[in-house]
Design a protein. Structure first.
Lengths: 685, 169
């Protein structure tokens, strides 16, 4: 009953979306506001309908309706309530429904908020949103239907279908197979929704870009409207990526946070183009340049978002056969191809109108450096995309599968990331328009000296690896430059207005939150870089089997195996939990409890590390194997991960910075007027 | 589908294991326990290998039974005195190039290493052209406008620039 209701809501939403697209296009073409208004209502109606459908699925999940195939595949009797709710995005069909629901939320929010201004964009924004929504609804209705049930037929295997085949009866299973144990972690519960929030909210700036292309409003209005959207989308995507890394570190049990897996890369690629976009729109806003390039970037981001949604959940890119056999793969590719070609055609149609309003006057100007930054982001994108796609190409051409693993990505992107760090240090000091090597040098020499001092300090600590030295030096340089920028601004304001230093700093940041939020983000990135350098270059590990009371040493650390206990938990796990004592430099620093959880339902083991975490380093212990009698011994794998906590700290700073940048302005206009009348600003140069 | 690929694999692995087991006692007898490879030596090699079943999970951390057997195989080979390269080649011969973390640079695989640098070079070229195109037409009017007034001392120049930048949101 509920399943039918949920499914019916999906079908009705689909029909309404199709109608809405027609009404919006007709209304815009014929200049008929009534039709556009009707399209708007259609858009707004998708939200309650999809909410109903999603709630229907949640109801089925919570109440254990295992006759529904999706429910049986992601929940079980032993799962607590909160996990059953989050099982909504625990599998492919459910996550696609969740995606459509988020899409309807965002698109409705836009039509509600932005309706009075910029009317000419809105029919097209609705069209793009509804086309995207309709595509995902096709997937959910016809291919990955979360409401499909299992039917037992008189002869043959049970059938999965929405409606009963002839003579079939509903097959009600007593219990489900349960959620993949890897997904039963707080990090994994919020990681997918955040990623999806990021994915879906990038559709909105794309929709406005397409609207600008169709209507021919080639000024930067679409960028101004969507500026905050884009930042929020980027915030969610960044948060999703960081939490994904944290989850991997806590749960996957390989002592790392990022493994260059295609699924991770799929979420990373739209982030790369999105980040490039965030930088290059500033050039368009300030200088009226790069209009075409910004269009290209947002189109790329949109299609990478669709690609990422497809890749993160389906796994069909693992082989050509899997791709060919799935119905969902070709559809995704057709949609990506269609939207990409249509968008490019629209762009080419306006190509001559999207000309630069200004010239590039100096290679040392900020806009030139931003362009270099864009080049580096796109270069990383090319490496990632090629690495994900190449195994398929190889299989298609030669029939041989190859693995493109971490060594490929690390070697190719390492120098590019270093280049980005360097730019992060130089660009904030470069002026817009006119900047010469001389003016830049004058601004840069102080932070440069500071960074050299840090480099000497690092050398004194006995660090000799060239990559580490370069990384630490660049990090010090960016920190010095960023702090210097805050300092200079604060001092200047203090001198002019006589405000106390903290007040001056506060007002300075308040004057242009995007700028200073951006600098905070830079600081976050550098802190993350320090953590990454620490774990990537200085990680050490060892593995050994020891009996009770015996010890393993790694560097300065020693662990002593104390005891091991195995027990069952009410939520269907068998837990083997070791107790080990940790000694640092011979001194006792505490106990750790690495454990192995075995999930009976899904028959999957999980290795949960015991971690002693400080800002200096993480000591990370895995229980690899054990004997029933603990005196015989247990096998431990031990990692020493220097500085890795800086990665998480940096992530935190990064998110704060993004929030500062994206925080809504009350009313930006008066501030500008006051400044102009106060006469500080030079006559428009 | 999965089972079909795993079965022959498993049987091959088991056969190899059984074969290698025959030789192990002899080796142990010759070298004694101190020569037995440590877990770290095994992991150092396993880290660089990927089994064909578990996509994208390096062998040293993979938890499946098949991967545990592969690790044992590495251990046996090490105790027989095989070198790291010999062991890696052995796995490549048995299961193809896909066991390596990155494709060996030959044949079509060259593309994997060549395309990104080429694309990046192309990007550099496009950027260079774009710079030139954007720099070319400088009318006398804009060039006078674009010259910063040299009279300003460095600090005031910075403040003026800052104010200007902050005012234009």
């Amino acid at each position: 009953m509920i399943a039918n209701l949920g499914y019916a809501a999906l079908v009705i939403t689909f029909l309404i979306s199709i109608y809405g697209v027609g009404a919006a296009v007709y209304g815009a073409r014929k200049n008929a506001p009534a039709w556009v208004e009707s399209a708007r209502n259609a858009m707004l109606l998708t939200f309650p309908l999809l909410t109903l459908s999603a709630l229907g699925l949640v109801y089925l999940l919570v109440n254990g309706h295992y006759e529904v195939e999706y429910v049986a595949s992601v929940t079980s009797n032993s799962m607590p309530l909160y996990l059953r709710v989050t099982a909504l995005w625990g599998g492919q069909a459910g996550s696609l429904l969740f995606w459509t629901w988020l899409m309807s939320v965002f698109a409705s929010a836009v039509t509600l908020r932005k309706w009075d201004r910029d009317r000419e964009f809105l029919p097209w924004v609705i069209t793009v949103s509804l086309v995207t929504l309709a595509f995902f609804l096709i997937l959910v209705i016809f291919i990955e239907n979360p409401f499909a049930r299992i039917w037992s037929v008189p002869f043959g295997q049970p059938i999965k279908a929405m409606f009963p085949p002839a003579g079939a009866e509903l097959l009600v299973q007593p219990d489900g197979r349960g959620l993949n144990p890897l997904l039963r972690h707080p990090g994994m519960i919020i990681h997918p929704p955040l990623l999806y929030l990021g994915f879906v909210s990038f559709v909105i700036p794309y929709a406005f870009a397409i609207a600008a292309l169709i209507t021919g409003r080639t000024d930067d209005r679409w960028i101004v409207i969507t500026r905050r959207w884009t930042l929020v989308a980027w915030l969610f995507l960044s948060l999703g990526l960081i939490l994904g890394g944290r989850w991997a570190y806590d749960v996957l049990g390989w002592g790392g946070y990022w493994g260059w897996d295609p699924v991770e890369i799929a979420a990373f690629m739209p982030w790369l183009t999105g980040t490039a976009f965030l930088h290059s729109v500033m050039i368009e806003e300030k200088r009226g340049m790069l209009k075409r390039w910004n269009m290209v970037l947002i189109i790329l981001t949109y299609d990478l978002v669709i690609f990422g949604t497809f890749l993160t959940r389906s796994g069909v890119l693992s082989s050509v056969h899997a791709f060919a056999q799935s119905a969902i793969g070709p559809l995704f590719f057709a949609f990506i191809g269609l939207t990409f070609i249509t968008s490019l055609a629209l762009l080419l149609n306006r190509w001559s109108e999207l000309t630069s309003e200004a010239q590039m006057t100096s290679l040392f100007s900020r806009e030139a450096l931003f362009l270099l930054n864009n080049l580096l982001f796109i270069a990383i994108l090319v490496v990632c995309f090629w690495g994900v796609i190449f195994p398929l190409i190889s299989e298609l051409v030669t029939g041989q599968k190859v693995t493109v693993g971490p060594p490929f990505y690390e070697r190719s992107t390492g120098p590019l990331f270093a280049g980005l760090l360097l730019l992060m240090g130089i660009a904030p000091l470069a002026a817009w328009r006119h900047s010469t090597a001389k003016t830049l040098g004058r601004a840069i020499w102080k932070p440069f000296i500071v960074s050299l001092l840090v480099l000497i300090l690092v050398l004194f600590r006995g660090i000799r690896q060239p990559a580490a030295l370069l990384g630490f030096w660049l990090s010090a340089f960016v920190i010095a430059v960023t702090v210097y920028e805050f300092w200079r601004g604060m001092m200047a304001r203090h001198r002019r207005s006589g405000e106390s230093y903290p007040v001056a700093l506060w007002h300075l940041a308040g004057r242009n939150r995007r700028r200073y939020g951006g600098y905070i983000i830079h600081l976050g990135v550098v802190l993350m870089a320090i953590g990454i350098i620490g774990i990537e270059i200085f990680q050490t590990e060892t593995q050994g089997t020891i009996a009770q009371g015996e010890q393993i040493s790694l560097g300065n650390y020693t662990i002593s195996y104390e005891s091991l206990s195995t027990f069952d938990t009410p939520d269907g796990r068998n837990v083997a939990r070791a107790v080990i004592s940790v000694y640092k430099g011979g001194e006792y620093v505490g106990e750790l409890y690495p454990r192995r959880d075995y999930y009976y339902e899904s028959q999957q083991p999980m290795t949960i590390p015991g971690v002693r975490s400080t800002m200096e380093d993480d000591f990370y212990v895995l229980l690899v194997d054990w004997q029933p009698v603990s005196t015989i011994g247990a096998t431990f794998k031990v990692f020493h991960n220097p500085l890795v906590n800086w990665l998480w700290l940096g992530g935190f700073v990064f998110i704060i910075g993004t929030m500062v940048a994206a925080w809504p302005d009350k009313d930006p206009e008066p501030a500008v007027k006051v400044v102009r009348s106060a006469g500080y600003a030079p006559a428009k140069a | 589908m999965m089972l079909r690929t795993i079965k022959p694999l498993l049987s091959i692995t088991l056969l190899l294991l059984a074969l290698s087991l025959i030789f192990v006692p002899a080796v142990f007898a010759q070298e004694g326990d101190p020569g037995a490879p440590t877990d770290d030596e095994v992991n150092a090699i396993a880290k660089q290998l990927y089994c064909p079943v578990c996509e994208n999970i390096p062998l040293d951390v993979c938890g499946t039974q098949a991967c545990a057997q592969w690790r044992e195989l590495i251990r046996e080979k090490l105790s027989q005195g095989w070198s790291e390269d010999q062991i890696k080649n052995y796995f490549v011969e048995q299961y193809g190039d896909r066991v390596l973390a990155a494709p060996p640079a030959r044949g079509l695989n060259w593309l994997v290493y060549i395309i990104p640098p080429l694309a990046i070079l192309l990007g550099v070229y496009i950027l260079y052209q774009a710079f030139r195109a954007m720099q070319r037409p400088t009318s006398p009017e804009t060039s006078t406008n674009d010259t910063p007034s040299p009279a300003l001392p460095p600090d005031d120049e910075y403040v003026a620039r800052l104010e200007e930048e902050l005012s234009k949101r």
